[in-house]
Design a protein around this ligand. Structure first.
Ligand SMILES: [Zn+2]
Ligand SMILES: [Zn+2]
Length: 407
């Protein structure tokens, strides 16, 4: 095949050519979802596929992660592309004929499509390696859905962002509520820091008929829950996004026993580090203060190593948007930040880059259910757009002169 100069590689046309292979790969993965840190077969498939493309492979990075390293024929920068690989503990109820074969597990966040698209991009880039400037690192990450113990941090510990040091990093997420073929981009904060907390309220138990002889932790817990909403309503600047949810409360065994202890489990979401710090302090003060008022005591604990805020580098993101605009059949829209968490944030702490979305909602095909729904279903026609976009970002940002000008 005759190849034109670097900027002339038509990655969308090439992605269309390999579309059936990407869809096949995606369906195989969809039928065999693996939960966080158990992505053994998935990472084997990834490693074998990369090797078959002549890409250097490092296995067991950050547990079940895989890193592929593709050196281009020309000098340039190091660009990393990331796909997460884990499924979710959900029993699939979608109407596709390639439904999950694993009881109680499902690719309901589209990480199967992320793997298929990144493998597609790896193929496109390896086929154009002579024209490729710099080095591309393919980061296949385990356990994105694992809360504070996600796979990005252990991958970084295992050197995923070093040797060679990554200059730019990009991550793509499929979004089932966005229109099929629409890219969502945003400069600055795009996903929240999700801080999980636990409040242990210690009272003094006794008989349900004699509350005056006890310190009732259930009664105190009710006050704590209400007061915590006051952190959001009265203590945090209303123009700074902040959410607090108490999602679980545990206490008691029987109607006539006042227990000793009640525990609350909750999460707070913020989009900047200053608000995050303040909110955590206020949550602790309010919980302890309310407990003290009623004669109880409180232990407040935040989960260690929660994901940081996902912050897209503004200059890089602007260039990304201009590159995505060239992909025919797609649209690029500026999106609002979400208060979900993403451990792609950890890679963005090591190199500038962008986390962006690709819509896959198509009511005509019944693709209307959101990510994490048991009926989650995506429009597979968008896989080619995702693969082309990843390949283009690696190609353009790899150039020592930087990405070509907006057209
Ligand atoms: Zn998810
Ligand atoms: Zn996800």
């Amino acid at each position: 095949m005759v190849r034109g100069p670097a900027a002339c590689v038509d990655f969308l046309a090439e992605a269309k050519r390999i579309e059936p292979e990407m869809i096949r790969t995606r369906r195989v993965l969809h039928q065999h979802p693996e939960l966080a840190y158990h992505e053994l077969e998935t990472s084997k498939l990834v490693a074998n596929r990369l090797e078959s493309l002549g890409i250097e492979v490092k296995r067991g990075i950050g547990g079940t992660g895989v890193v592929g390293v593709l050196k281009g024929g020309k000098i340039g920068r190091v660009v990393a592309l990331r796909a997460d690989m884990d499924g979710l503990p959900i029993q699939e109820t979608s109407d596709v004929d390639f439904r999950s074969k694993v009881e109680g597990a499902m690719h309901a966040c589209g990480h199967d499509t992320h793997v298929a698209m990144l493998l597609g991009a790896a193929r496109l880039l390896s086929e154009n390696r002579k024209e490729l400037c710099g080095t591309v690192k393919f980061l296949f990450q385990p356990a994105e859905e694992h809360g504070g113990r996600g796979g990005a941090m252990p991958m970084i510990h295992d050197g995923a962002m070093k040797d060679p040091k990554v200059d730019f990093v990009f991550g793509l997420h499929i979004e089932a509520t966005r229109k099929s073929g629409e890219f969502g981009v945003r400069e600055g904060a795009i996903a929240a820091a999700p801080d999980t907390f636990k409040v242990k309220i210690v009272g003094r138990g006794g008989h349900g008929s004699a509350p005056h002889e006890t310190v009732d932790p259930i009664y105190v817990a009710a006050h704590v829950i209400l007061a915590l909403q006051g952190v959001s309503a009265r203590m945090i600047d209303p123009v700074r996004p902040f959410v607090i949810t108490v999602g679980a409360i545990h206490s008691g065994t029987k109607e006539n026993i006042i227990p000793d202890v009640a525990t609350l489990d909750g999460t707070i979401r913020t989009l900047d580090e200053a608000t995050r710090k303040l909110a955590k302090r206020r949550v602790e003060e309010v919980a302890k203060g309310v407990c003290r008022t009623f004669g109880a005591s409180a232990e407040v604990e935040f989960e260690k190593d929660a994901y940081p805020v996902t912050v897209n580098d503004p200059k890089t993101t602007e260039k990304v948007a201009s590159i995505l605009k060239r992909i025919q059949g797609t649209k690029v829209r500026k999106v609002e930040a979400m208060l979900g968490g993403e451990d792609f944030s950890r890679f963005l702490q090591k190199a500038p880059g962008t986390f962006y979305f690709l819509g896959s909602r198509n009511p005509e095909k019944g693709c209307i259910y959101p990510n994490h729904s048991s009926k989650f279903k995506i429009d597979e026609d968008v896989l080619k757009f995702g693969a082309a976009s990843l390949a283009m970002l690696a190609f353009e940002f790899g150039s020592p002169r930087g990405p070509s000008q907006v057209r």
